[in-house]
Design a protein around this ligand. Structure first.
Ligand code: ATP
Ligand code: MG
Length: 434
């Protein structure tokens, strides 16, 4: 089977092979015709010398519309004319599915197609090897993440995606009808992974969908993304959490550089693995840089897209791709983050990659009274969070954690420009199909 190439769609016996795939191209040059057949692993050339082939078969194969799906059986010959070093002279064929004409989108045509058109016909877009390569790398990324967290004692968990309350800010919740009650799609596993810290499952991770009703149309926000969350107990400070993320991100970058060689080559990309430890900037340092660059931000403000970009450019000048921004004002962070007493700051951080936030994390407030006080300060009603708060009333260890949008990591790693490139079927305010 794989005697000829790394493909499940070609089988060879005694010099006779059957190949299955999509008809990428048909070229008829009078006495000879060529059909290029494509599958997951590449292309093979079918050569049809008119005189040596059954006329009906010749007619059938050379008249096939592009992108039809066929099985072709024939004789395998060495050839120095093709990339594979082989060609196939057909003796029979089976047409599984004839493609319509014209195609909604070309697979090999070198024309610039709008992102919207590509996404509208995503199945066709994904026939391009360089598009599929992104998702092969994404799958490898998930494998590498899981490998690294398991090695570090994290247990994989699944928390509910239909919830009674959100953790990350009211405006971004998708409200749904849950029988006779209102409910919300999970913005993050935040509340549940924290509850788990009270159980003895003291290191947990989850890779699952997160939903945000963000009515903004940017190249880094979608309404559904895959969040990689981790939470760990018994920490002394948030730096232990930062060290863990750094270990994981480094494992992913190093691993993909090696495992994903073929896909990176198809994409024409290289992965830069930054030196460790990643630099840590404080919020205050960043605020000053951003203000000096002319942005009218004041103490307590979020750095924002523009601010993050300014810091990213500054770090790029120093050859730094990945860096932490730590000690955000407590005001800019959610209720569950621990305050740094006697200061306006908190034990929180973001991890930024080339001028964009890819992760937020920190040490959590594990003391019941302080947690309730923080909720009230943020204008939340503790009664709405009773199921969560209860876990803090009967013995909760100190803990901290992070959330990383895996598509943001992939986009920055491969310089894809738009988060939609890293999602098979992206969801945004304007897109609900395919
Ligand atoms: P941003 O300020 O960039 O919108 P955030 O601070 O609101 O992000 P968090 O609540 O900190 O996001 O979520 C943790 C991580 O989840 C982010 O660092 C990011 O990687 C990812 N993420 C959050 N919102 C989105 C989104 N709408 N689309 C894609 N990824 C997202
Ligand atoms: Mg954040």
């Amino acid at each position: 089977m794989s005697a000829v190439r790394n493909s499940s769609n070609i089988s060879v016996e005694d010099g006779t092979a059957t190949v299955k795939g999509w008809v990428q191209d048909v070229r008829a040059l009078g006495g000879i015709a060529f059909v290029t057949l494509r599958d997951r692993f590449g292309t093979i050339q079918i050569t049809l010398p008119k005189k040596k082939i059954d006329p009906e078969l010749f007619e059938e194969l050379t008249k096939l519309p592009r992108e039809s799906v066929v099985a072709v059986t024939g004789e395998v010959k060495a050839s120095n004319q093709t990339a594979l070093g082989l060609e196939l002279i057909p003796t029979s064929a089976e047409i599984y599915s004839k493609a319509g004409v014209p195609l909604p989108l070309g697979v090999v045509d070198k024309v610039n197609v709008e992102m919207d058109t590509r996404l509208n016909h995503r199945f066709m877009d994904l026939r391009k090897p360089e598009i599929r390569a992104i998702f092969e790398l994404k799958a490898m990324m998930v494998e590498l993440i899981e490998e690294c967290v398991r090695e570090n004692g994290f247990i994989q968990v699944y928390t509910p995606k239909i919830n009674a309350a959100g953790a990350e800010g009211g405006a971004e919740l998708f409200k749904i009808q849950y029988f006779d009650k209102p409910a919300f799609l999970a913005q993050s596993p935040q509340l549940y992974k924290q509850i788990l810290m009270s159980t003895g499952l003291d290191r947990v991770f989850e890779l699952g969908p997160a939903f945000r009703a963000e009515l903004s149309n940017t190249n880094r926000h979608v309404t559904e993304f895959i969040s990689f969350d981790g939470e760990m107990s018994w920490i002394q400070n948030e730096e232990e959490v930062m060290a863990m993320i750094e270990t994981i991100v480094d494992h992913v970058l190093t691993g993909l550089k090696e495992k994903g060689k073929k896909q990176l080559e198809i994409l024409g990309k290289e992965i830069n693995v930054p030196a460790r430890p990643y630099p840590i900037l404080t919020y205050s340092e960043c605020l000053k840089i951003v203000q000096d660059a002319g942005l009218p931000l004041k103490e307590g403000d979020d750095l924002g897209t523009e601010g993050e970009k300014i810091i990213g450019d500054k770090m790029a000048e120093k050859g730094v791709d990945l860096y932490f921004i730590a000690e955000y004002p407590e005001e800019a962070k959610p209720f569950y983050i621990m305050e740094k007493d006697g200061t306006p700051y908190s034990f929180s951080f973001d991890l930024d990659y080339k001028g964009q936030e890819i992760s937020s994390g920190g040490q959590r407030e594990h003391r019941y009274d302080r947690l309730v006080a923080r909720m009230e300060k943020k204008g939340l009603n503790p009664a709405d969070f009773q199921f969560y708060l209860e876990a803090f009333e009967y013995g909760m260890p100190p803990h901290g954690g992070w959330g990383i949008g895996i598509e943001r990591l992939l986009v920055k790693m491969l310089d894809l420009g738009n988060i939609r490139e890293a999602i098979l079927f992206p969801r945004d305010p304007a897109r609900l199909t395919p």
